[in-house]
Design a protein around this ligand. Structure first.
Ligand SMILES: Cc1cc2nc3c(=O)[nH]c(=O)nc-3n(C[C@H](O)[C@H](O)[C@H](O)COP(=O)(O)OP(=O)(O)OC[C@H]3O[C@@H](n4cnc5c(N)ncnc54)[C@H](O)[C@@H]3O)c2cc1C
Length: 419
């Protein structure tokens, strides 16, 4: 018989989500006189910004994910619980999970976001998302599988449809994915399939608005489009997708495109867990929080990262890793302030700038007022991403993979592991 759990003597903090915000908050509570329970449906922390490299055979899933227990094994006041969170009882202060309820005195909701298909069910059913390891591996398998099928197909119309890859969304994910796909196809697969006519291959980036990377100044957006076009990516503006049946993409202007591959990088919305909180929701379903990241009427509940609508001068902060890291850290600090009988502090976001890579030696970015592009931006992007990865092994392996690919124009992970 199991001994009953001892009655906790320290305040209990439940953190939902071991992503950027949740992990940073958990670390921020190391050494605090609290009992932390960190809950996630996965047993690993995932570095989502590099998912597109898994999708394009540049990195393995293990390179960009790290077990939560390994990351936090020295933190004595923390227990990790792998479980699906299904809801909350805010009145009774309980998190409801697939493996039972977790009582708390303080709660941090850091459950991130889900892919936003904007109600396009056919796209969700027949296209690919890029939010999880499984989705990234599915894209890799599918892209490589299309080349295998095309190499055995005699009908040129069918072959072209197999070799047409549509990326939807001109934000950082869409741009990075389109650039990486181009490098996979035109520098690596071109060597693997000497009998295929690569003039039949197409990579098309569809953007609903009239420019890419809307967070950057116009000249850098222009450089981005120009660089992608040099890499044989067809960049098409003002194109809104309305449906996809797995063969044909329909567009709002009545046109259509034949392609066996559509990868959706057109947006995210806050985790569905926010919908169940019964609190005020802002843009993209995010929970509206006070400047201290607390929920109005629930000072013991904090929301951070992609799940939070954090207002800055009348506009919500973007859903980025940096916002998640900083807000997770502030939430942990504020919980400690409340424990000491102090007031929670206002969260002030320190904008560190933004960077997006378009491929080998090519990136764009803005840090403060300084705009950077080309090799310098690419080197900075490379360093920032290696430094931000969790775990020494992952940093080493990612550095080695990039070095190898850079020198040899190779992608060693060209495995089709599932049909
Ligand atoms: C493909 C891609 C590329 C990106 N590129 C960049 C970039 O270049 N730069 C940048 O700054 N940002 C980028 N982002 C955005 C960035 O990854 C997010 O803003 C960041 O991950 C948000 O952190 P978070 O902690 O709020 O959520 P997440 O990191 O998403 O973590 C949420 C955690 O909650 C867990 N969870 C969710 N629901 C449940 C549940 N019901 N039960 C249990 N656990 C649950 C998840 O498993 C996950 O571990 C990118 C995102 C994607 C998808």
């Amino acid at each position: 018989m199991r001994a009953p759990s001892p009655t906790p003597t320290k305040p209990r903090v439940a953190i939902v989500g071991a992503g950027f915000a949740g992990l940073e908050a958990a670390r921020g509570l190391a050494g605090a006189a609290v009992e932390v329970t960190l809950i996630d449906r996965h047993n690993y922390h995932l570095f989502q910004p590099l998912l597109y490299q898994v999708a394009t055979a540049g990195l393995t899933p293990e390179d960009i994910a790290h077990p939560v227990r390994a990351i936090l094994r020295r933190q004595r006041n923390l227990a990790f619980r792998q479980a699906e969170v299904t809801g909350f009882d805010l009145a009774a202060k309980r998190v409801i999970t697939s493996t039972g309820e977790v009582p708390y005195d303080y709660l941090l909701l850091a459950a991130g976001s889900d892919t936003n298909y904007f109600g396009l069910t056919s796209v969700a059913e027949n296209g690919f998302g890029l939010k999880t390891i499984d989705e990234a591996v599915a894209v890799r398998n599918h892209v490589l599988g299309m080349f295998e099928q095309a190499s055995q197909e005699d009908d040129p119309v069918k072959r072209r449809t197999m070799l047409t890859f549509i990326v939807v969304g001109g934000g950082p994910t869409g741009v990075e994915l389109a650039g990486a796909l181009s490098e996979l196809v035109y520098t690596v697969l071109v060597k693997d399939y000497p009998r295929l006519d690569f003039s039949e291959a197409r990579i098309v980036l569809l953007q609903a608005t009239d420019s890419l990377l809307p967070n950057l100044p116009q000249d850098l957006r222009d450089v981005t489009a120009e660089t992608l076009r040099k890499k044989k990516v067809e960049v098409e503006f003002g194109q809104t997708v309305t449906g996809y049946d797995g063969q044909t993409i329909t567009l709002k202007n009545g046109e259509s495109l034949s392609a066996r591959s559509l990868i959706w990088a057109a947006g995210v919305r806050a985790s569905r867990l926010v919908d169940g909180l019964g609190v005020s929701q802002g843009s993209l379903g995010r929970a509206v929080v006070l400047p201290t990241l607390q929920l109005a009427g629930h000072p013991e509940v904090f929301v951070a990262g992609d799940a939070a609508h954090i207002d800055e001068n009348g506009r919500p902060l973007p859903m980025t890793a940096v916002v998640a890291l900083q807000s997770g850290s502030k939430a942990a600090g504020n919980i400690q302030r409340l424990l000491c009988g102090q007031q929670a502090e206002t969260f002030l976001f320190h904008d560190l700038g933004s960077l997006a890579t378009i491929g080998r030696n090519a990136a764009v970015g803005q840090i403060g007022r300084v705009k950077i592009k080309g090799l310098l931006a690419w080197l900075l992007w490379t360093v920032v991403h290696i430094v931000r990865l969790v775990g020494f092994r992952n940093r080493l392996f990612v550095f080695w993979s990039w070095f190898w690919d850079y020198i040899l124009y190779d992608r060693s992970i060209r495995l089709i592991t599932r049909e």
